[in-house]
Design a binder for this molecule. Structure first.
Ligand SMILES: C[S@@+](CC[C@H](N)C(=O)[O-])C[C@H]1O[C@@H](n2cnc3c(N)ncnc32)[C@H](O)[C@@H]1O
Length: 113
């Protein structure tokens, strides 16, 4: 959630973010900070892609619900309120081209300018 060192001039052609967003604290709007920080490290044509576990709206089975509750209670994950729509809205604020799709209980995304 904090910016790191200054990005190199050229930037990275791709950055992957697999199973990280659901760990970050706060709402999907709060997590935009992390996306905005990562964007600084992308090249002009670079792509950011990844996957995140959706919250309650995904309709997790009893074992999934229990696991998410334990992880959220312990502060390992913060995703009970994460929705596909909020993810899409948040990414669209940062990138021109946003592809988001749901696969079972997770959201996959590919974004670029
Ligand atoms: C399930 S792992 C994903 C690993 C990743 N896909 C990889 O290939 O290395 C979740 C990752 O999120 C990181 N993480 C969890 N909470 C974080 C936070 N608040 N800020 C930054 N990173 C966090 C953990 O350190 C861990 O590396």
């Amino acid at each position: 959630m904090q910016p790191s060192s200054e990005p190199a001039d050229t930037g990275y052609d791709s950055i992957s973010l697999f199973h990280v967003l659901h760990c970050l604290p706060g709402t999907m709007d709060d997590k935009e900070t992390a996306i905005a920080n990562l964007k600084r490290y992308l090249s002009k044509t670079g792509v950011l892609y990844g996957v995140t576990i959706l919250g309650d709206e995904a309709g997790h089975n009893p074992i999934g619900r229990r696991l998410l509750k334990v992880y959220n209670d312990k502060g390992i994950m913060h995703n009970l309120g994460d929705t596909l729509d909020d993810l899409q809205r948040m990414l669209r604020r940062q990138f021109q081209n946003v592809e988001v799709r749901r696969h079972n209980k997770v959201a996959l995304f590919v974004v670029r300018d």
